[in-house]
Design a protein around this ligand. Structure first.
Ligand code: UFG
Length: 346
């Protein structure tokens, strides 16, 4: 059973490929390597013993995308991760984000229709909820969609609309959108993990790089939020829990167990942690005292969000199992293995 994983050399994609292979799926990856490395294929092979097929091209190119599907007529499902994802960059270069994130999706949907591929799992984000009102916290899939804070967030909202409208228009198309909360952590083997290019934007890689001495000091953005310790709250979810949910979504589609032809699920733990709680967890599991300072708020940050995962738990039969300490420890093990040259990555 062959599954196309777009963006399969990236952070979430590569972990998902390993889980798909574990369940016996044959994986073909398409990735333009804009923000990921080819060595992911070596790491995947080292973990699973199977090297996934790989093609390097940009899915925003309609001719190349059509040509790919014309050559591969046995694809049973697609997990579409490939997208630009840096919130700040999307504010500076909005057209880059709209063009890449939406053209690639539309090319895929066109090809699905033309070549009769029925099943699509789409990478969405809790960013679609913005800052939920107090009565919508924890936030469920039924909470209102807020105006996006960034072009990146807007591409996720528009993408969900494009998928929904395509499904209404074209019979036979099924999709599941997975709204991720904050994915962190690494594979248990420490052979795969998050590998940001340049200075990390996100909290966890900034923590591990600071602990390793790559960065001097972690800036904690704001301690005057209306939260118990004043720092912002997020629902961090272990990358392996997230990866497993994708496999379950694919099996649900192929096994024809969907309740509607377009389903949306939150992927979070249901527990929110503050920035200081994440730092404390990291210090506890690593034994490293982290150098950090409190600075002003980061513009565009929301104060608190965490998931109501009840619908995913009940419908998908999936539950995030790993706690915050497992997330911070696996991220730390990965950072050390990578820096010591013990992984496939240079
Ligand atoms: N933070 C710091 N210092 C840092 C980095 C982050 O204090 O150096 C704080 C942030 O202010 C925030 C929390 O840590 O309170 C988490 O920040 P991240 O950048 O790790 O994650 P975000 O919640 O901002 O963004 C993530 C993804 C986006 C996605 C968004 C959805 O990176 O792609 O969740 O809410 F859109």
């Amino acid at each position: 059973m062959r599954i196309l994983v777009t963006g399969g050399t990236g952070y979430i994609g590569s972990h998902t490929v390993v889980e798909l292979q574990k369940k016996g799926f044959e994986v073909i990856i398409v990735d333009a390597l804009f923000n990921s490395r080819k060595e992911s294929l070596d790491a995947i092979e080292k973990i699973s013993g199977i090297r996934p097929q790989f093609e390097c091209f940009d899915l925003a190119d309609s001719t190349l995308t059509d040509d790919f599907f014309a050559r591969h007529n046995d694809i049973k499902g697609i997990i579409h991760f490939a997208a630009h994802k840096a919130v700040g960059e999307s504010v500076e270069q909005p057209i880059k984000y709209y063009r890449n994130n939406l053209d690639s999706l539309m090319n895929i949907l066109d090809a699905m229709r033309k070549y009769s591929v029925q099943n699509l799992v789409f990478s969405s984000s809790c960013t679609v909820y913005g800052q939920p009102d107090a009565e919508h916290l924890p936030v469920s899939e039924r909470a209102p969609i807020k105006k996006a804070e960034s072009p990146y967030g807007n591409t996720k909202q528009i993408a969900e609309e494009i998928i929904s409208e395509s499904i209404s228009a074209y019979k036979g198309l099924n999709a599941i959108a997975l709204r991720y909360f904050n994915p962190v952590g690494a594979h248990d083997s420490a052979m795969l993990g998050e590998l940001p290019l340049g200075v990390p934007n996100n909290l966890m890689p900034f923590i591990t790089q600071t602990a390793y001495g790559i960065r001097k000091c972690l800036k904690v953005f704001g301690d005057d939020y209306p939260t118990p310790d004043g720092t912002a709250i997020r629902d961090y979810i272990h990358i392996m829990d997230l990866a497993k949910a994708h496999v379950i979504a694919v099996e649900r589609m192929i096994g024809e167990r969907m309740k509607n032809s377009f389903e949306i699920f939150n992927l979070g733990t249901g527990t929110g942690y503050s920035v200081l709680e994440v730092i404390k967890s990291f210090e506890k599991v690593s034994g490293v005292k982290l150098n950090y300072e409190i600075v002003g708020r980061r513009s565009g940050d929301i104060e608190k969000v965490w998931a109501d995962p009840t619908y995913s738990n009940n419908e998908l039969g999936w539950k995030a199992e790993r706690c915050l300490d497992e997330m911070t420890l696996s991220a730390w093990k990965w950072e050390q293995a990578y820096r010591k040259g013990e992984t496939c990555f240079e």
